[in-house]
Design a protein. Structure first.
Length: 116
């Protein structure tokens, strides 16, 4: 498996996306619909996973504390045959501004997905 190329990384994430969604869903207790997003900034291509669904209405505390809560990867660390993904809540305050918080690390190795 070649994770040094853009194509290899894209294929790796797409191939494991359903398993990643299953693990993240189990971790947070709400169904996720993460998708692979590819961005190029200053000639550097990178990937992230994101779910555009607003999770704030699913919980009274979140609904009253934040206008929007989304799930995304904050960082992805690549190795020769694996990747580690920092999962992150990204939230928008009721009065503007935004922050985030890491809630777990997902490890994908040999097409097997685990939580660290």
């Amino acid at each position: 498996m070649e994770l040094k190329t853009i194509e290899g990384k894209r294929e790796f994430l797409q191939r494991n996306l359903d398993k990643i969604n299953t693990v993240v869903t189990a971790l947070i207790g709400a169904r996720t619909h993460l998708k692979v997003v590819e961005k190029t900034v200053r000639g550097q291509t990178y990937f992230k996973l994101e779910d555009e669904h607003n999770f704030a209405p699913l919980c009274g505390v979140m609904r009253n504390a934040w206008a929007e809560v989304h799930i995304e990867t904050f960082n992805i660390w690549w190795d020769e045959d694996s990747a580690e993904l920092d999962m992150h809540f990204s939230y928008e305050h009721m009065d503007g501004g935004h922050n985030g918080a890491r809630f777990g690390r997902i490890i994908v190795e040999d097409d097997f997905v685990t939580i660290k």
